[in-house]
Design a protein around this ligand. Structure first.
Ligand code: GDP
Length: 392
């Protein structure tokens, strides 16, 4: 699936930069264009792979390249005002070659939190291709303002996109490190998982033709009902079959698949799909009640089989209670693993989102109270109600 990526804010820019790295490393060819948008000059300078003419500094009149702090209302405002400049960078992306747009942002801050929904809304007005969001939730130790920002942004972002894929930093934090220290490792995880999902449907030269290949339209159909989605991923190291030359095949060298026990191959796939679904999801949630799902199994051709995928698909139907579960393979030689990614689209039972909203509502009430109280206290301290006359 070919994507135009738009990274908004620091996290958004870094993750899009990493996507390009992933694309080059794996020859996945999913990134057709990439743009980074930010109010902070230093963040744009820190990027490596996004070309300089696609790094758009917005809000210069308002914040002079220093960022909006964690003020997402200001973030939304300045992005709205500078949409023309963002369109200028998007004009360089060949939209006729793009299957979808993906707007990436951390939802707890200012620029991405406020700006990503504004950009998504704009893209949907201008283009006919689907517009997806990849929203990153803050760690719970980041503080009330980040939670409040994330809850407000999530609510708005999900309304403006065709589907919002969510990654929760809190669920992926290593116990031994703060969220900040772990970002590099977390970003690797993000691009590995979402990269594999979006790679499906792009068959590379030199790889075998899949038995039941996943097409971009299946990803689009799975995401098409809207709402919030999450991913599960699992892989297992394998000894890949040696690719035989034409001669050995013509001389009766047999089929590679013959050398692999099909029961092992099937069992490997079914257990990987279980692990991916029941293990740590990008946004932890209850699997039951998922509206639609898609599973993709990637690996060298002889290590993929239809039986494994069919069984896994049925199992996933039982787990989700959904009648709309798609599945297929993505042949990929040379990775040394069989990997599976499970997309749960339109999830309905997500304790983390409920908790986020609850904490955000409390944070909003606290903020209003504190603001009210400090006005009173300041008036008390400075005695604004006394008879002393100010200078002017
Ligand atoms: P912005 O530049 O104002 O949009 O704000 P940031 O992107 O710096 O931060 C917003 C949120 O994104 C933070 O609350 C963090 O939870 C998260 N974040 C920041 N940097 C990264 C990163 O590199 N990776 C991930 N996964 N999350 C990040």
């Amino acid at each position: 699936m070919k994507l135009a990526l738009i990274g908004v804010g620091q996290a958004g820019g870094k993750v899009v930069d990493k996507f390009i790295e992933y694309d080059k490393k794996h020859g996945a060819e999913i990134v057709r264009g990439a743009v980074a948008v930010n109010t902070a000059k230093a963040d744009l300078r820190g990027l490596t792979h996004i070309p300089e003419d696609r790094r758009i500094l917005v809000g210069q009149a308002e914040v002079k390249g220093h960022g909006v702090g964690a003020d997402n209302e200001l973030g939304a405002e300045v992005i709205e005002r500078d949409l023309g400049e963002i369109q200028g960078a998007l004009d360089m992306v060949p939209s006729h070659e793009v299957d979808a747009f993906l707007v990436v942002a951390g939802l707890g801050g200012g620029t991405g939190s406020g700006g990503a929904p504004v950009i998504a809304k704009y893209l949907k007005r201008i283009y006919t291709e689907p517009v997806y969001g990849l929203g990153i939730l803050p760690g719970s130790d980041e503080g009330g303002i980040y939670t409040l920002n994330a809850a407000r942004s999530l609510q708005t972002f999900v309304r403006e996109v065709d589907n919002l894929l969510v990654f929760d930093n809190d669920a992926w934090r290593q116990t031994s490190e703060s969220v900040t220290e772990g970002f590099d490792a977390i970003n690797e995880q993000i691009v590995q998982q979402f990269g594999l999902l979006f790679s499906a449907g792009e068959i590379q030269a030199g790889n075998d033709v899949a038995e039941s290949v996943v097409d971009s339209s299946e990803i689009i159909n799975t995401l098409s009902g809207g709402g919030i989605s999450t991913l599960g991923y699992a892989e297992s190291a394998v000894d890949e079959p040696k690719r035989k030359g034409l001669f050995s095949r013509l001389s009766g060298g047999g089929n590679d698949a013959d050398a692999f026990d099909s029961t092992d191959t099937t069992n490997r796939i079914t257990s990987l799909v279980r692990k991916a679904t029941l293990g740590r999801l990008t946004l932890p949630c209850e699997v039951e009640g998922t509206e639609r799902a898609l599973l993709v199994v990637a690996g060298a051709g002889p290590l993929l089989n239809r039986k494994g995928i069919e069984r896994s698909r049925k199992w996933l139907e039982e787990q989700t209670g959904s009648m709309e579960v798609r599945g297929g393979d993505y042949p990929r030689n040379g990775s040394g693993v069989v990997a599976t990614v499970v997309l749960l689209a339109g999830v309905t039972n997500v304790p983390r989102v409920k908790e986020l909203q609850q904490v955000a509502i409390e944070a909003q009430q606290n903020r209003d109270e504190i603001e009210g109280e400090s006005d009173d206290k300041r008036r008390n301290l400075l005695g604004e109600d006394n008879d002393l006359e100010s200078l002017f």
